[in-house]
Design a protein around this ligand. Structure first.
Ligand SMILES: Cc1cc2nc3c(=O)[nH]c(=O)nc-3n(C[C@H](O)[C@H](O)[C@H](O)COP(=O)(O)O)c2cc1C
Length: 386
């Protein structure tokens, strides 16, 4: 007798009942998002620690785990992000020990041929029972990209490449039989890919240039933003611009997420002292300089001057939005971000284990009281979202 197949639940990253979605960002890389030498920073080769945090986030009802795609460090004393796990294999391992949370791969498309990536994606989707997501990265860090063939494409060409790459991956995910593809970058003769993913992979992109935004609006389910923190109005406008572009040009609705660094303490003063400790006293300025210089040159997001102004935020959490203060203050900040139209925020800490533990204990209950999240009951949330 065969066991009847249970229906596959929808991917929680795009189907959940919460006004403010939550994720964990950068668990797979040394230092996570904090450019610092403070001793309690995350280690990029701590698999047991990764499992602990991933399981705790899963148990607390977080929507997603998004790793950083990284192939080499940024120098400085910390060689920020230099030690790190590869993200498809990372996702496979995490998927096997979690039950509900979306498990994302962050992939530089020039580093992996699309039929290979599509097959890896389908495999992680099966391991996770339909919880796979793909964060599509085109590459901007020259020394990293030159590890794969010695060159880096011109900025907008990278997105043309990603367009075609995704077209091939989609064929692999959907064509029941053999498929062909002849294009500018890829040539696939009688391609074949089985099994298919259980759920359509959730597609994410973090492009900020006009070409990047267009790619995101045309293809992706989630825009993953670095916020322009000049003012609340600027942030609202930024979020709106992605949604409007997707709706106007491609007749699509997309979700908009960003990421944050969390410093939660009993008083604001203590939180500020802790920030000062790991950002100013232990910050790795050389690594931060390497990043801001390269980002300024390679992407459409920052001018070098803006990147320089942003340096404190870079060191604190890769220029994410700050969630700093008491649990009550952090919930107020979430209210603001929800008010400007964000659907979710991926979190990072200096010490992910302790940070997540405190957040789940103190902040999540207050988010529930504020109506930002519904109390997590495994199995019930997917039904409520429908
Ligand atoms: C939230 C977020 C996450 C990102 N994650 C990565 C990553 O893991 N690896 C990487 O090389 N680049 C990452 N990037 C860089 C983007 O892929 C992209 O190159 C950058 O946002 C510039 O966009 P543009 O190419 O449209 O100018 C990230 C950017 C943002 C905003």
């Amino acid at each position: 007798m065969t066991t009847p197949m249970l229906p596959v639940p929808p991917n929680p990253m795009v189907s959940h009942p919460n006004r403010m979605g939550l994720g964990v960002f950068g668990l797979n890389v040394d230092c996570g998002c904090a450019i610092t030498t403070a001793p309690e920073r995350l280690r990029g080769d701590d698999w047991a620690g990764n499992l602990e945090v991933a399981k705790a986030a899963d148990k607390a009802g977080f929507e997603c785990l998004i790793p950083v795609g990284r192939w080499r460090g940024f120098g400085g004393e910390s060689n920020f992000n230099g030690v790190c796990y590869e993200t498809y294999t990372w996702a496979a391992g995490i998927a096997a020990v979690t039950d509900r949370i979306a498990v994302v791969t962050t992939s530089h498309v020039p580093t992996v041929h699309p039929p290979v990536a599509a097959k890896q994606a389908a495999t992680v989707d099966h391991i996770s029972n339909g919880r796979f997501g793909l964060n599509i990265i085109c590459g901007w860090f020259g020394p990293e990209m030159r590890m794969f063939g010695g060159t880096m494409m011109e900025h907008d060409t990278r997105y043309d490449y990603a367009d075609e790459w995704l077209g091939v991956a989609r064929k692999a995910w959907t064509e029941p039989g053999y498929f062909d593809h002849q294009g500018r970058f890829f040539n696939v003769e009688r391609g074949f890919a089985q099994p298919k993913p259980l759920n359509k992979p959730v597609l994410i992109n973090a492009g900020g240039s006009p070409r990047g935004k267009r790619f995101c609006a045309e293809h992706c389910d989630v825009a993953f933003l670095i916020m322009n923190q000049a003012s609340e109005e600027k942030m609202r406008e930024q979020v709106r611009s992605y949604r409007d572009l997707a709706r106007r040009e491609f007749n699509r609705d997309i979700k908009v997420w960003c990421y944050a660094y969390v410093v939660q303490r009993d008083t604001l003063e203590e939180a500020r002292q802790y920030l000062d400790y790991y950002v100013n006293q232990h910050g790795d300025d050389a690594a931060a300089d390497n990043i801001t210089k390269e980002l300024g040159i390679q992407t459409g997001i920052f001018s070098p001057e803006e990147a320089e102004q942003f340096k404190f935020h870079f060191k604190a959490g890769w220029a994410g939005v700050p969630l700093v203060g008491t649990p009550e203050m952090i919930v107020e900040q979430f209210e603001t971000y929800s008010g400007i139209g964000l659907d979710g925020i991926c979190l990072s800490w200096l010490d992910y284990g302790a940070g997540l533990r405190d957040f789940v204990r103190d902040v999540i209950p207050l988010m529930e009281q504020a109506g930002l999240r519904v109390p997590f009951r495994p199995g019930a949330d997917a039904a409520a979202a429908e």
